[in-house]
Ligand binder design. Structure first.
Ligand code: HEM
Length: 91
């Protein structure tokens, strides 16, 4: 759980986070680049360590995109993100 201790701490946290555009994210699909990143609810997650996202593919889905809407059709909830710390924000 993230604990926000004060506005200064929150700003520091944000500074270390990336802000990337949809086009930049599109290259991180595990094919064009080794990075396997996805956007979910405005945040960017690095799924490179997941064996379920090998080469950027997860069942019928590909990394490098905003998959917020697609999660609604998934057999699981957003709980699957609990063990991943976001690395940034989608512009
Ligand atoms: C056809 C649709 C999908 C299927 C069949 C599917 C299936 C699965 C299964 C079986 C797991 C294993 C853990 C669990 O069930 O709790 C999993 C994990 C996960 N899924 Fe999906 N999923 C789908 C769509 C999505 C979408 C759209 C996203 C992103 C928004 C997503 C993100 C994840 C993540 C982050 C994990 C955790 C990976 C890990 O712990 O290594 N899934 N999924």
């Amino acid at each position: 759980m993230v604990q926000i201790q004060g506005p200064g701490v929150y700003l520091q946290e944000r500074k270390r986070m990336l802000t990337i555009s949809k086009n930049e994210l599109a290259l991180r699909n595990g094919q064009d680049r080794p990075d396997i990143w996805i956007a979910f609810e405005g945040k960017i997650y690095d799924l490179g360590k997941s064996r379920l996202w090998k080469n950027g593919r997860h069942y019928e889905h590909w990394a490098g995109q905003d998959l917020t809407e697609e999660l609604k059709k998934a057999p699981h909830t957003a709980k699957v993100f609990d063990k991943f710390k976001p690395i940034g924000y989608l512009k």
